[in-house]
Design a protein around this ligand. Sequence first.
Ligand code: PLP
Length: 624
Amino acid sequence: ANVYGIKDWGAGYFDLSNRGEVVVRADFPAGPVEISLMDIISGINDRGMAMPVLLRIENLLDGQISRLNTSFRKAIKTLDYQGTYQGVFPIKVNQQAQVIEEVTRFGARFNHGLEAGSKAELIIALSMIQSTQSLVVCNGYKDEEFIELGLQAVKMGYKCFFVIETPAELPIILRRSKDLGIRPLIGIRLKLSSRAGGHWQDSGGDNSIFGLTTNQMVDVLDTLKAQDMLDCLQLLHYHLGSQIPNIRDIRAAVRETARFYADLVTEGAKMGYIDLGGGLAVDYDGSQTNFIHSKNYSLDEYTTDVIEVLVEIFNDKNIPHPTIITESGRATVAYSSILLFNVLDVNRYEPGTIPSALPENSPELLENLWYVKQNMTLKNVQECYNDAIYYREEIREQFKHGNISLRQRAFADNLFMDIIHRIAASLEKLKRIPPELEGLDEVLYDIYYGNFSVFQSLPDAWAIEQIFPLMPIHRLREQPSRRAILADITCDSDGKIDRFADLHDVRKALPLHDLKAEEEYYLGVFLVGAYQETLGDLHNLLGDTNVVSVRINENGSFDFVREIEGDAIWDVLSYVEYEPKSLVERFRAKAEQAVRDGKITVTDRRNILAAFEASIRGYTYYEK
Ligand code: PLP
């Protein structure tokens, strides 16, 4: 069954077992191996790691790097392209040491390299890259130190390109390379006139903050020519923006860039590399459309289209086919991480028991509301709804004036809730739903409290309303009986998820199962491997989650290859410049004072301090 659209967004990596659990699938020559996420969770629990946990499945990162490279190789062969493909992974998309280590390890067989956007990232790239055959592409604003480091790498035999983003960089590159006697590898970042739809459209187009205008490009050409260094200019780069949903935008950008490339060759630049940046999208909602959370093309269509356009333009102008670089980040790492958390509690918007008669001496407004409830039929739902809203408002108003007591107001609120529930239930029986009543059921959705922080683990869900697939990872053979939105534990009104992936649409509630008394209910947020980890913040001082990395083996087993403990309260306090040790000291002094004042005993003091110490060393999330 395709519950929660898992087959649509799962890209073949996620599916359902006949136990009704989500399984992760890893491909092997002898066939796929499936592992249940519940088995992984039970291993996590056995190891004493608490939820929430960010789970990394290294096979999926391997799988995506393979798919990308294999798809390009296939298209190159089919369309008789004369150059090769050599991707680079943009470090900014997930800088975690473990992720970069995996990218370089799995990428080695394809000479898949790294893209660095800052000095810190260049340091990571130069240390982690496995072979001099893999490329290192330097984007971003570069100072002398950055440039010197890159030049030394070139001297060591690494193909480390400086992509000129602003005209100011060229003089520094020329000066430092002369000083050091090293010929640089230079690229130019293009400001395309093509733009793409989606969240990140400002990365392309005339107003993008990075890239050279055509006039600036001509200046670069002239400067290099004058210094007899045109042979150093070998690469042309653009980045249209991340998550480009429409293949037409991708084709248009490739076409425009190929035209520039051809003219740079004609101008006498040595060239050899065309770098198409990132943008390869992830189908977060599984709709395969040009909706911003999706994409209207498959990986094979992407690679085929790119090559087709290049072949057409270069053959037409008799330009030798360059090496194609892409800087795909999102599509490379999104699949490999899953946020797992348990549900702590549920808040239901349901009326309590309603007595069979109105209490004596009830105010008239309450009598009116009672009357609405007693006299509702299918024919007058709209009228009842209006009346109920009116009387509830009046009752609240009278409460403010002291004419209605807390108990009377509670009774009214309960009555109102009962009426709304009845109306919502009757809507299903109506042929035509009055416009005012549309979306009425939204106020009745449950709130499921999840043990996680949106701000720490899913920052894009909050900042740009990014949709991630979210679903229970077990009990999937049971019909979910509740409709819910999710709240995190930050106590911030923005700390919630109330938009969910649905084919061709965003739905406002997630079907979920009733909680069971003796059993945890686990939810997973999928495709969270790109951008979420370092963009996350310490809102309410909820820190990094525990991270567990798993490798699925060909024989059907799996190993925990790494466990990284998340932040303890001690850690997050020090991030905001407290000295945890001195906090303990201060609190100890307070406890001592309380002993002196006779408020607590020495034994109390010991217990209190023990509790304080246990807290400060504990996990920042809800602990059982
Ligand atoms: N290259 C550059 C220059 C970028 O700025 C980015 C991020 O937006 C990327 C590559 C990665 O893009 P994506 O994650 O869409 O593949």
